[in-house]
Structure formats: C-alpha cells, structure tokens
Design a protein around this ligand. Structure first.
Ligand SMILES: CC(C)(COP(=O)(O)OP(=O)(O)OC[C@H]1O[C@@H](n2cnc3c(N)ncnc32)[C@H](O)[C@@H]1OP(=O)(O)O)[C@@H](O)C(=O)NCCC(=O)NCCS
Length: 208
C-alpha cells in the first residue's frame, strides 16, 4: 500500500489551483520573498521546525527536501503563490504521508502582509481535497501549540475537530510545549468556505 501512495503522489498534477492561489513545489526564484516573510517572530513561535533566524542555506535545504519528499512520496511541501501577481504568500505541506494507515499531517504559514484574507483556509481546503480525493487518504491531523488561536480558526473553518491535548509533546527552545491535536476524516462534513457564504448571502437563495 505504501508504494501505491507514492504512485498517487507521482500522478498529482501540480500546481494545485484555487480561486486566488497556486500551490507548487518551492522554487529558487522565490527564495528572496521566502526569506523576507519567514523572518517573523510569530512564525518561529508557532511552528516546530521553522527557526527564528532562517538563512539562505535553510531555504536551499527546504527546497531540496520538498523535491526529495515529493519524489519519494513521503511528503508534499508546497509554496503558496497568489495568482494575480505570482507573489509568494506562504507555505503549506502534507507530511508523514502514511500509505498503510492512509493518514498525513498538515502544516502551514502565511507571510504577515497576507493574513486575514482567507488565504490559509483556501490553501488548506485545496490540500484537504488533494489528500482525500487525489491521494485516497482517510485521516488528516494538525498539531497546534496551545494559544495559537489564528491557526485553530483556520482548522475549524475547514472542518477539523479537536481531539485533545498532547501534553508536553515536544521540546522547543529548551521548553516542553503542548499541542492541541486536530483531525479531519474523509467522511467528515466540510463547512462551506466563508468567501462562498458571503457571496451566497448576497445572491439569490439556493443558487449554486
Ligand atoms: C496560522 C495563520 C496561517 C492563519 O492566517 P490567517 O490569515 O488568520 O488565516 P486565513 O488566511 O484563513 O484568514 C482567515 C481570516 O480571513 C478572513 N477573510 C477575509 N477575506 C476572506 C475571504 N475572501 N475568504 C475567507 N476568509 C476571509 C476570515 O474571515 C478569517 O477571519 P476569522 O478567522 O476571524 O473569521 C497565520 O496566522 C500564520 O502564518 N501564523 C504563524 C504560523 C502558524 O501559526 N502556522 C500554523 C501552525 S499550526
């Protein structure tokens, strides 16, 4: 089964497209933007693997790993571009792809100027669709440090449910940190996106 997930990953058509975004493998030409946006205390504070001082070497390593993980079918690590101007707005990934148990873990970040516009939700919905329909996965998980309310809202908007707290699960900067564990099953309902709710609120009732 593990090899069949690699086979499905290999057949994925990238970039993934949404209304406003393109999700594609990270590319060297976007490294200057990546370095600019990722130099952000909020990102370092709320993620496990992104360091506070992120160097060009880290970026090169990120690209190498993303491409390797995609080739092997073990992870799908994508940069998020805005379609209107092709600017890098963030990153999103499916990690620990498990073809036996049909699960994976999601993670994401947005550059500070791009928050509050629904881009994270839009990218996450695309990843969820790809995971369930494109890859045939059954369960997605997300780990969120206690207190990361922005990320919790993104997950809830996309239908993720909180399963519980993983107490002192990881060590970050020399301190134990606890995670909320969120999950979404392929059989769970996914709430309509806020963008479409707003549009249908203004338009005629019952229109598609
Ligand atoms: C977590 C993070 C990605 C969330 O970013 P965000 O901008 O709050 O999330 P979204 O892009 O989905 O935007 C959501 C907000 O935009 C609003 N919005 C505006 N226009 C919108 C539109 N057209 N469509 C949908 N939502 C829209 C939504 O109402 C929502 O606000 P609400 O939650 O108060 O309802 C961001 O805070 C971040 O990068 N944090 C640091 C890294 C991090 O924590 N990563 C996650 C680790 S678990």
């Amino acid at each position: 089964v593990t090899s069949s997930i690699a086979f499905r990953v290999a057949r994925l058509q990238l970039p993934l497209r949404t209304r406003r975004l393109l999700l594609e493998l990270p590319a060297r030409r976007h490294v200057p933007e990546l370095l600019r946006w990722i130099d952000d205390a909020a990102i370092a504070r709320w993620t496990l693997h992104i360091p506070r001082s992120y160097s060009p070497k880290d970026a090169a390593e990120h690209i190498r790993r993303a491409r390797g993980g995609f080739r092997e079918g073990s992870s799908i690590s994508l940069q998020i571009l805005r379609r209107s101007d092709r600017k890098l707005v963030g990153g999103i990934g499916l990690h620990d792809l498990d073809g036996t148990h049909l699960n994976a873990e999601v993670g994401y970040w947005l550059g500070r100027p791009f928050r509050g516009q629904g881009y994270a939700q839009e990218a996450l919905r695309a990843i969820v669709r790809t995971a369930f329909r494109g890859l045939g996965l059954h369960r997605l998980t997300a780990r969120v440090f206690l207190g990361n309310e922005n990320s919790i809202r993104v997950l809830r908007h996309c239908g993720f449910r909180r399963e519980g707290t993983l107490r002192d699960e990881v060590v970050k900067d020399g301190t134990f940190r606890s995670n909320h564990l969120f999950s979404l099953l392929s059989s769970d309902p996914i709430p309509p996106s806020q963008g479409s709710r707003r549009r249908s609120g203004r338009g005629p009732r019952g229109s598609a």
